[in-house]
Every structure is written in structure tokens, then in C-alpha cells.
Design a protein around this ligand. Structure first.
Ligand SMILES: Nc1ncnc2c1ncn2[C@@H]1O[C@H](COP(=O)(O)OP(=O)(O)OP(=O)(O)O)[C@@H](O)[C@H]1O
Length: 240
């Protein structure tokens, strides 16, 4: 469903290779966690997957389509929840959701049904007429999540999605992720919350200094480490 083949990216301002020859695959029906220390290359990888950055080398495929050759078709099949939402500050919640609905060409009926359903779920109905700039971090996270769910993406891509969410909302988001995978779609997300990754993910990749140093199910990761314990132990050992 999502496939990276030998993807690399350097930033022009530095000699650092932010992402160095990265390959992995996220299968249909899978929740895939992307872990790594600060500055390891997670956000850079996510931005290339959603087309915000162009890889220097390598290929990215969604449902078998090469992103570079079929960028519009691919963008219709994915959704991205970034870790920073300041860009939408001057819209009200409902203006933003309608903007997202327009961008994805979602009909008024389906849009309004989904918006109501998710506003109810994330308890955001009362604030939807307010400017996003007045929202708390968690409320911004929720409105962006709702906007990203409107197109029912084949691959749902999230950068640190649990930061700022209260426990109830975090629980609901995890349920949404699982439901999507049960329906044969994929979820790919970065996180520093190892307990969540351990419980939620079908497979996990760990990136360090731009390179994938481990990838697989929890069981497979245990085989690749000496500690063979929790994901926290494995992560600390592998990223030393
Ligand atoms: N716009 C940029 N210009 C120059 N260097 C950058 C830029 N963005 C990221 N980098 C560098 O690229 C490397 C990877 O950064 P990236 O943001 O992808 O890491 P990350 O794993 O998402 O980190 P974190 O967990 O701290 O969010 C780091 O060395 C970072 O300093």
C-alpha cells in the first residue's frame, strides 16, 4: 500500500543526510509505527511521503503508483496530520473543514455527515464556529484530524498524533486507527510514545541518523536486540 525504495534526502543548508537510503513497506490493514530519536529523520520521511519534500533519490509508491509520476491521484488516496497546525489559524473550525472537503471534492451530504460524526466524537461541536487561533493545542490537533479523515484515506499518515490529546481523545484516535486497519486501510505514524507503539502497531521501523536500524513486528524486533524485553528497552539498546 505504501512503499519506499532507497529514499534519500539532504537539506541544502547542511551536510547532514536527513534520510539515507530508506526502504520499507506498509501493507494493507496494517498500523505501522515510525520511531527514532530527535532529529533522526522521521518528519523528513513523512514530508516526502506526502509530497511536501522531493526525495533526492529513490521512489515512493502508494497503491503501486509512483508519487512523482501520479502525484494528484496519490494525494487523493492519502491524508496527512502534521505535528504543527499554525498555518490554519485565521479560519474557523468549520471553514477549515469545508476547505478540506472542497480540496478532496467531497459531496455536501457525505461531508456534513462525516463532519457531524467526528465533531461529536471529538467533542468539538461547540467550538467549530470559533477561529482556530483561539483553540488549544489539543483542539487544533482534533480539527486537523477530522479534516484528514474526511476523504477516508487509503493511507492515513500522522506525525506525533497523540501529543496534546487528552486521554479520552487519544483513546478515540487509537480506535479510529484500528477501525481503519480492520477495513483494509493503512495507518503510518511517527511517535515517541513507545508504550502506545508497542500496543497499537502491527509493525514498527526505527530510524537513527537517517537510516532504518530495525523493522518488523514486536517479536521480530525482540529477535534483533539483545534485551528482548519491552519496546523501550529495545529502542534504547538499538539507538545507543
Ligand atoms: N528545513 C531544514 N533545514 C535544514 N535541516 C533540517 C531541516 N529540517 C530538518 N533538518 C535536519 O534534518 C535532520 C532530520 O530532521 P527531522 O525533523 O526529519 O527529524 P525527526 O526525526 O522528525 O526529529 P524530531 O523527533 O525531533 O521531530 C536533523 O538533523 C534536522 O536538523
Amino acid at each position: 500500500m505504501l512503499k519506499l525504495e532507497n529514499v534519500s534526502k539532504s537539506y541544502s543548508s547542511g551536510n547532514v543526510k536527513a534520510v539515507d537510503n530508506v526502504s520499507f513497506e506498509v501493507k494493507p490493514g496494517e498500523i505501522f509505527g515510525f520511531l527514532g530519536p530527535n532529529g533522526a529523520g522521521k518528519t523528513t520521511t513523512l514530508k516526502m511521503i506526502v509530497g511536501l519534500l522531493k526525495p533526492d533519490a529513490g521512489n515512493i509508491f502508494i497503491n503501486g503508483l509512483d508519487f512523482q509520476e501520479h502525484s494528484l491521484e496519490v494525494k487523493k488516496m492519502i491524508s496527512y496530520v502534521p505535528d504543527n497546525h499554525e498555518v490554519y489559524e485565521r479560519l474557523t473550525g468549520i471553514e477549515y473543514l469545508n476547505f478540506m472537503g472542497d480540496m478532496y471534492g467531497i459531496s455536501k451530504d457525505i461531508r456534513s455527515k462525516k463532519i457531524n460524526e467526528y465533531l461529536e466524537l471529538f467533542e468539538l461541536k461547540d467550538a467549530v464556529g470559533d477561529l482556530i487561533k483561539s483553540y488549544s493545542h489539543g483542539m487544533k490537533q482534533k480539527i486537523v484530524l477530522i479534516g484528514a479523515l474526511l476523504n477516508d484515506p487509503e493511507v492515513f499518515i500522522l506525525d506525533e498524533p497523540l501529543v496534546g490529546l487528552d486521554p479520552k481523545s487519544a483513546f478515540k484516535l487509537k480506535e479510529i486507527m484500528r477501525d481503519r486497519c480492520n477495513a483494509g486501510k493503512s495507518v503510518f505514524f511517527s511517535t515517541h510514545v513507545l508504550e502506545v507503539a508497542e500496543k497499537l502497531c502491527d509493525r514498527i521501523a526505527i530510524i537513527r541518523k537517517g537510516q532504518i536500524i530495525a523493522c518488523g513486528t514486536m517479536e521480530e524486533l525482540r529477535q534483533q536486540s539483545e534485551s528482548k524485553q519491552s519496546l523501550e528497552n529495545i529502542f534504547l539498546e538499538l539507538t545507543e
